[in-house]
Design a protein around this ligand. Structure first.
Ligand code: ADP
Length: 193
């Protein structure tokens, strides 16, 4: 059967969001982007959004507890709906989460509870020069040179250790993230079988 519980890992600018959204739509998976969910909270001016806003603008990580609460509520909701036999996505694609080892461990505990192990971790790889160009042309609030550099550093220090973590679990599949959106999508899709 096609793999349907997926993580997307990779530096900011590698195209995780674009690929995750398209793949989730094609495969009928729930797409959970912690970046998108946090930006929605900021835009709605909720207390959670207010707490996250300054941290995101600096390119640092929002607290583990906060992102975990967001992910937990969505995954529990989906699992409950599945258990009730309701129609809806049967799998999920996590994009931008986990971003450090503590988040990865908390996620594993949650997934054990739900009896839903991760089936595949897609690592999107791209070199730094291309990343920087892509991010600068995107023009989001937190996309200026200094903040981008900081986000890359945070990625290297906190998120990149997850590569070894998932490799050890035999879940990791690297994908070259250069080329057109469709080319990259085809590479990723070939890993789902
Ligand atoms: P990118 O992939 O371009 O870095 P995201 O949309 O994934 O962007 O995230 C934007 C910002 O949201 C991050 O820089 C960080 O401040 C916050 N964020 C997103 N996901 C997480 C997470 N899992 N843990 C902590 N902070 C997060």
């Amino acid at each position: 059967m096609t793999k349907q519980r997926l993580l997307f890992l990779g530096p900011p600018g590698a195209g995780k969001g674009t690929q995750a959204q398209q793949l989730a739509a094609r495969q009928g998976l729930l797409h959970l982007s912690t970046g998108d969910l946090l930006r929605a909270e900021v835009a709605a001016g909720t207390p959670l959004g207010q707490e996250a806003q300054a941290v995101m603008a600096r390119g640092e990580l929002v607290s583990d507890g906060l992102v975990l609460a967001i992910v937990r509520s969505r995954l529990e909701q989906q699992a409950a709906s599945l258990n009730r036999g309701e129609p809806g996505p049967r799998g999920w694609l996590l994009d931008g989460f986990p971003r450090n080892l503590a988040q990865a461990e908390a996620l594993e505990a949650l997934l054990n509870e739900l009896n839903q192990p991760i089936e595949l971790v897609v690592l999107m790889e791209l070199d730094d020069g291309v990343l920087m160009q892509r991010l600068l042309s995107r023009g989001r609030d937190d996309d200026n040179t200094a903040v981008i550099q900081h986000r890359l550093e945070v990625y290297r220090q906190q998120t990149a250790p997850l590569i070894a973590h998932y490799r050890q679990q035999n879940l990791l599949e690297p994908v070259a993230a250069e080329g057109s959106v469709d080319e990259v999508a085809a590479r990723i899709e070939s890993l789902l079988q």
